[in-house]
Design a protein around this ligand. Structure first.
Ligand SMILES: NC(=O)C1=CN([C@@H]2O[C@H](COP(=O)(O)OP(=O)(O)OC[C@H]3O[C@@H](n4cnc5c(N)ncnc54)[C@H](OP(=O)(O)O)[C@@H]3O)[C@@H](O)[C@H]2O)C=CC1
Ligand SMILES: O=C(O)C1=N[C@H](C(=O)O)C[C@H](O)C1
Length: 266
């Protein structure tokens, strides 16, 4: 069976890679893209799309009504993604979300929309298998090391901080760790933000620099020892096999799954 795919965000760093991946995959057929208003000429001449000759829609509703599609992939920004994904699910088009920065409320609403429409949806904070394993190993380590800090490092064009991966890592660690204040009880920040963001005593530090792609280190500290669990995406191709996997898996489910770790075969 050929899976008919729509991609939102085709000019973006991830969208560009995803368009190529879908176009090169013999079981997938790119049937349309969704992009925000830009000059027509720019869309037509956009290198990744000009050869493919797929229609590019500004209006997601028009896209989902006009085009026959099986799976919608969103790689844009959170608010646009929420609107796109809601419409896709209401039109019974299965949805794969890579966009980070959705709020918990938005995720809950999408969960309800997917359930009400009995239409599969996968939200993957990180499509790289190595990053998913890093998160699972961190969850496991939290059973033994309650003191932990997360350092995530990304390219300087990233809009959201902390990253979706860091948020998901935090959530997984919290499943195995009691809330705890870390560091000295009288610790003081003499420069605001020095200790990063905190949730249940876990600190997250976000680094943004040109030259970086997507990197995270989870550091656990115990008596006389530390454990570092680290993952680096040095190329956005690292995310493509996860997107392919999610597109195939979403065809088999009829509700929302948040995190690739929940659908990986053991
Ligand atoms: N899950 C994962 O494994 C990964 C997830 N990501 C996430 O994917 C998302 C995209 O990342 P990246 O490709 O680097 O970002 P880019 O900024 O390169 O791409 C985003 C694209 O979305 C477009 N866009 C912005 N607003 C709208 C809108 N309202 N409607 C339609 N399109 C819109 C942008 O257009 P314009 O250029 O005009 O602004 C741009 O083309 C981010 O949330 C990022 O965190 C990234 C890597 C891996
Ligand atoms: O914006 C990025 O680049 C990435 N975003 C995702 C995130 O927020 O975790 C996934 C990966 O880290 C790359």
């Amino acid at each position: 069976m050929t899976v008919k795919v729509v991609i939102a965000g085709p000019r973006g760093r991830m969208g560009t890679e995803a368009v190529q991946m879908v176009a090169n995959e013999s079981n997938f057929d790119l049937v349309a893209c969704i992009d925000r208003k830009i000059e027509d000429a720019k869309i037509r001449n956009y290198p990744a799309l000009s050869d493919l000759k797929v229609p590019v829609f500004e209006d997601p509703e028009e896209c989902f009504h006009t085009v026959e599609a099986d799976v919608f992939i969103d790689l844009t920004v959170p608010d646009a993604c929420f609107v796109h994904a809601t419409m896709a699910l209401q039109n019974k088009i299965r949805t794969v979300i890579g966009t980070s920065g959705l709020t918990n409320n938005q995720i809950e609403e999408l969960t309800i929309t997917a359930k009400n429409n009995q239409t599969g949806c996968i939200i993957a904070p990180n499509f790289a298998i190595g990053a998913v394993l890093m998160m699972l190993f961190a969850k496991m380590a939290a059973n033994y090391f309650p003191d932990v800090e997360i350092i995530e490092k990304h390219h300087d064009q990233k809009l959201d901080a902390p990253s979706g991966t860091a948020v998901k890592t935090l959530e997984l660690i919290k499943e195995n760790r009691q809330p705890k204040t870390q560091g000295h009880p009288n610790e003081e920040e003499t420069m605001q933000g020095a200790r990063g963001a905190t949730d249940e005593g876990i600190h997250i530090h976000s680094v943004r620099l040109p030259g970086l792609v997507a990197h995270q280190e989870v550091i656990f500290g115990g008596s006389g020892q530390t454990l570092s669990i680290k993952h680096d995406s040095i190329d956005r191709k690292s995310f493509m096999s996860g997107i392919k996997f999610a597109v195939e898996k979403v065809m088999e489910i009829d509700d929302l799954v948040y995190g690739l770790e929940n659908i990986l075969d053991n």
